[in-house]
Write a protein that binds this ligand. Sequence first.
Ligand SMILES: Cc1ncc(COP(=O)(O)O)c(C=O)c1O
Length: 376
Amino acid sequence: MVRLPIDRMATPAYVADVAAIKHNLSVAARIKQETGCTMLLATKAFAMPALFPMMAEVLDGTTASGLYEARLGHEHFGGEVHAYSPAFTAKDMDALAKICDHISFNSVAQLEAFGGRFAHAGLRVNPRLSLVRTNSIYDPSAANSRFGVEYDALTPEVLKRISYLHVHNLCENHSDASVALIEHMMRTLPHALDAVDYVNIGGGHYFTHPDYDIGALCHAVRHLQQTHGVRVIIESGAAHVYDAGYLVARVVDVVQRSDVAIAVLDVSATCHMPDVLEVPYRPHVIGDDEAHPHAYILAGNTCLTGDVIGTYHFAKQLKVGDAIIFTDMMQYSFVKNTTFNGMPLPDLAILDEAGDYHVVKSFGYEDFARKLCILP
Ligand SMILES: Cc1ncc(COP(=O)(O)O)c(C=O)c1O
């Protein structure tokens, strides 16, 4: 039972549940212990520096999607800093080279251009094995996906230049998919696995879900490591914070339509829970039960007609000020509010009538980090 200080807290609020995160970390610790693998936090899924010291007691470091996340991991988490981006920009390379232990490139051209500056340069490979069941927009093996080189790029010359292979190919997948991916790699790429020191099997392994068979993952990881003499790296995001926090909202108004009541909340699907619209899925709300008599559409306080979270049933009628608690709201929620993947925000600029261009506002790392923590 959640014991949130509803009467005292301001809403909306994303609330991380430390006990739940510690439980998830204990699963990560077990996997590390049973396999000897490296276990990272993908900060694209969860980036709350206030909790990084606790997570760093178990996890070996972070993996970043670009310079901002790499800096965040380096400055606030410690340990190893890994990075992968579909395309790194040349201007970020000096800074990345100073803080990254491992970097994965998405093309041989990028490896050739930048790889020599890193102790561990790797290539992301696309195994062309579709295992994602949520939605094909999350499937790196979907047709024409830009992720990873094709197998024929892994020539002996290229393999000499990399110390690891990276294959991120899952999303909220259970152990059958984790095992299938590992077995597929072993069957289709044995020569490449023999040539490298590390294999990063990406994220998307939902090992903290109650239905996930942790033993099966550990067995497959050990088999891969022993057969090819490699060390496995797992770079999970969602699994570390699965079911480990809330988005707490309040009812701002209730509007009646002919056949349904709509509760307008002080949160928005599009701003605060983008995956609700993107996956799409219906988040769990505490107290919701189809057997309850009072049905409401929960909707966001924005101008977007489709900013709708779903239909829910409550035991009592909702009134203005009532709290609505969405669960499992740590993964891919607040990190996506504006700067997903630590993507820099575009400049705001004006093209005046004389054709002159004026940047009125540009954004940097501090704008990104300030959204997540108080900077020193
Ligand atoms: C390259 C890479 N690594 C790791 C992850 C983390 O995946 P998850 O949060 O599903 O574990 C992602 C997610 O998109 C990713 O793209």
